[in-house]
Design a protein around this ligand. Structure first.
Ligand code: ATP
Ligand code: MG
Length: 551
């Protein structure tokens, strides 16, 4: 598999660590919290962690960071596994942070015994207020000087469920005057009487991220723990926990920039809100930036991996244009997807000089840029459908498609000329009467005259009805200063459904079959709602893009 990550600073760090003997092997981990489905930002982290480990012949663990029972669920665990595998990665080991709860508890007891942790009765609000600020030192908790014995008893009683949620916490005893606010006696454990997806009701105290994460890494022997930049200021605490808990192996945390994409929300919390408020049809709605949504829309794992390689790994946050992701799916499908004709908004055309009961088969290339994909036969007869937009009654200058008296080529077929229109009672054109010229058959070498326009079509008698789902960004542009919620910027036109026809050749298409429909773009057979009676295509991306990779 092509998982060469582009040269990046993390690779340099690993090289250096190996050189100076700080590590003699590499273990990375991808540590999602199972509180939602993975999104494209997680793909960056997956590709980075698995990619680097592969490159250095190391291992990668998939670890569910399940320390917050209220929000976690096995549905999410299953979806995350599926998405990682689909992206093309296999974990060397699978772990749940909740399997370490006993060990974490024991390490917390060790801290208490060393006088490095204490039970605190302050409320969350009081703790926040007393923490101070960047310009002001924090105030010590009145419970800070409890004896080791009292702390041990209280922590044990917390575990036994003697206290209500929020009544007590366990805090590290570090330094309330530290310039780094994360070091001002951070909370290590909180009480939460909630049923955990894995441990059930066994526990009612749960470790906080800053305490749990370094321990998880150390227990598993992770050497390089990569996380996003907002954790940079937590690194001293990460190291403090490893040191003071006397962990046998010492992992190191390194930070990289989060992936952000224009017109895209990238947080499970926000994505969950879109699902819960029925703005979308679920986590795998093709408008979602989730891995499952992108897959359902028609993205391939190859395209996502190529995208991740291109954006690389940086130490500065930036926003990537969503057009760049589109660029990579076009590139991936360009030579792979058969090119066929689909008519999205049909207009009936009767070829008046074509024999009533005649049907002929015409040869068409499956992919004009990839001859290896061969050819197919398409039926042609007296009545065909073309796109409504390929005919105009009053055409502007330079309009080269059909209008009264004009001649165009039907792709892969003949020249036709429009002689007459039929209108309904509202004056709308509902049918065209054309004549064809048998001399002009595609591939016949006809050079008698030229036409300026080529339009696509499907044979009316044999065309297969189909539904097309066309997508636009779910979130509209938002000014940077604009502080309003993303929910206020939902695009009301993010989905348009149209009914039309496809060539009979693709009648038996299966979920996830992908096509390029002439002029309309790349489409994917919807895996959930499409079936043999009703073909449904999701537009993955249109054909054109102004986007250029700058090299
Ligand atoms: P979210 O806010 O979407 O829930 P998270 O960081 O809380 O994101 P986790 O499940 O904790 O989600 O993330 C698992 C891993 O994925 C972490 O190592 C995290 O750094 C990484 N990750 C999450 N979002 C992004 C992103 N946008 N870009 C790069 N890495 C990300
Ligand atoms: Mg999170």
């Amino acid at each position: 598999m092509e998982n060469k990550s582009s040269s990046n600073f993390l690779k340099n760090i690993i090289n250096e660590d190996l050189k100076v003997g700080k590590a003699d092997h590499i273990i990375t981990r991808f540590p999602p919290e199972p509180n939602g489905y993975l999104h494209i930002g997680h793909a960056k982290s997956i590709i980075l962690n698995f990619g680097l480990a592969d490159e250095f012949k190391g291992k990668t663990h998939l670890r569910f960071d399940d320390t917050n029972p209220a929000k976690e669920d096995t549905e999410y665990v299953e979806s995350i596994k599926e998405d990682v595998l689909w992206l093309g990665y296999e974990w060397d080991d699978l772990f749940f942070a909740s399997d370490y709860f006993e060990e974490m508890y024991n390490r917390a007891v060790l801290l208490i015994k060393k006088g490095k942790a204490y039970a605190c009765d302050l409320t969350a609000e009081e703790i926040r207020k007393m923490r101070g600020s960047l310009t002001e030192v924090g105030q010590k908790s009145p419970y800070r000087d409890r004896s080791v014995e009292e702390n041990l008893t209280l922590f044990e009683r917390m575990r036994q469920g003697e206290f209500k949620d929020g009544q007590k916490v366990l805090r590290a005893k570090i330094d309330m005057a530290s310039p780094n606010i994360n070091m001002r006696d951070p909370v290590l454990y909180r009480i939460a009487h909630a049923t955990h997806h894995n441990t059930g009701d066994k526990w009612c105290i749960y470790p906080m991220y800053d305490f749990a994460h370094p321990l998880e890494d150390a227990i598993e022997g992770v050497t390089h723990s990569f996380c996003t930049l907002e954790f940079e200021d937590h690194r001293p605490l990460y190291d403090w926990v490893i040191r003071e808990c006397e962990m046998e192996t010492v992992p190191h945390q390194y930070e990289f920039a989060r992936l952000n994409i224009t017109n895209t929300v990238m947080s499970k919390r926000k994505l969950k809100q879109l699902v819960d408020e029925h703005v979308v049809d679920g986590w795998d709605d093709p408008r979602m930036p989730t891995i499952s949504g992108l897959r359902r829309k028609g993205y391939t794992a190859e395209a996502i991996r190529a995208f991740a390689r291109e954006i690389g790994v940086a130490r500065a946050d930036s926003v990537v244009d969503s057009k760049m992701l589109e660029h990579f799916i076009r590139e991936d499908l360009k030579l792979k997807a058969p090119r066929t004709m689909a008519v999205l908004e049909p207009l009936k055309v009767v070829i008046t000089n074509y024999p009533e009961d005649q049907v002929e088969m015409l040869e068409a290339e499956n992919n004009s840029e990839n001859p290896e994909m061969g050819t197919r036969q398409i039926p042609f007869s007296r009545v065909v459908y073309i796109e409504q937009e390929d005919f105009m009654e009053n055409p502007p200058p330079k309009y080269h498609r059909l209008f009264l008296g004009n001649e165009v080529r039907l792709k892969n077929a003949y020249f036709i000329k429009c002689n007459n229109v039929v209108k309904d009672e509202t004056g709308k054109v509902v049918e065209l009467h054309c004549t064809y010229d048998p001399e002009t058959k595609s591939g016949s070498g006809f050079t008698g005259r030229k036409v300026k326009g080529t339009i696509h079509w499907v044979d009316a008698a044999q065309a297969v009805p189909a539904e097309f789902r066309l997508y636009e960004p779910l979130i509209l542009d938002q000014e940077e200063e604009d502080e309003s919620s993303f929910i206020d910027h939902i695009n009301p036109k993010s989905l348009e459904i149209v009914q039309g026809f496809v060539e009979p050749n693709i009648k038996g298409s299966k979920p996830h079959d992908k096509f390029q429909f002439f002029r309309h773009g790349y489409f994917n057979v919807d895996p959930l709602s499409s079936n043999q009676e009703r073909l449904i295509f999701n537009r993955i991306v249109s054909l054109k893009s102004s986007f250029q990779l700058t090299k």
